[in-house]
Design a protein around this ligand. Sequence first.
Ligand SMILES: C[S@@+](CC[C@H](N)C(=O)[O-])C[C@H]1O[C@@H](n2cnc3c(N)ncnc32)[C@H](O)[C@@H]1O
Length: 286
Amino acid sequence: MSQHPDINTNIDAVIDAIIGDSSPTNEQAPLDTNSVIGNDTIDTAATSDDSKHIRIVNTFMKRRTHMNKNAELALTAPEFAHYLVNNSFGDGNLEGINDLRALFAHLPNGSEAPLTLEIGFGLGDSFIEMAAAEPSRNFVGIEVHEPGIGKCAYMAGTQNLSNVKIINGDAIQLLKQLPENHIDRIQLYFPDPWQKKRHHKRRFVSPERMAIVTRSLKQGGWFHTATDWEHYAFWMVEVLDGFAGLTNQAGAGKFTDRPDFRPMTKFERRGLASGHGVWDLIYLKD
Ligand SMILES: C[S@@+](CC[C@H](N)C(=O)[O-])C[C@H]1O[C@@H](n2cnc3c(N)ncnc32)[C@H](O)[C@@H]1O
């Protein structure tokens, strides 16, 4: 995906062009979780004429990449439409999506089955593999990258899965619209590492964003994340261990091995091929 370490430099250049940030690079900066702000946070910076320049800080960069024929088919053909929750609302519009369980009310599992939300599934391979492996659990995936959304819907359709729904949009915005204690598992695999210090505020794992994630988790539910970027791994464990209401299943300060139920993701394979390590973390909501 676009923020893979190999190509992050290009993304950084694009971001700099958009937000006009010319501060120096510091890829191995010490952790500074106080500087992290949420997706909805408006970052204001004084300009030379003393007016305020307003920036919304997102965890993603939307990008145009090639859409293959199957993905395009799944985004347009009626037989795939039932997988695409906000297909008819247009590009990333989450209006009216305030109950994920209700999406399964008329499907075989019903609305009370255990519910997993995967944030940023990329092309969806591992998300679909997990959904196929656990047919009695409902799976909702959210992503902003349309070729990935199309590919994921195509795979769900060709396997005729009845426990999958796909949403186009920003997970933070979605989570804020959902009820409290709504989801059994939230998974965030290989989130964009945002390597440079000036981009750390875009990292998904931050105290502000974790407050939004935890609110919608059920008591006893879990948050599972993994990264191949070492600095982000230690950042994550510091943020999450310090978050009241979550308990690290491996013990404070410790990572867990990749559990059998988590298939290797596309992004993870690329990281491993580049010589990166992999760090998993699972937290229970108290
Ligand atoms: C580095 S890729 C990893 C993809 C996949 N999980 C994997 O491991 O192969 C991160 C993905 O998260 C998505 N993403 C980032 N922030 C998001 C957000 N707030 N809501 C939905 N998707 C998001 C990006 O579009 C990108 O596709």
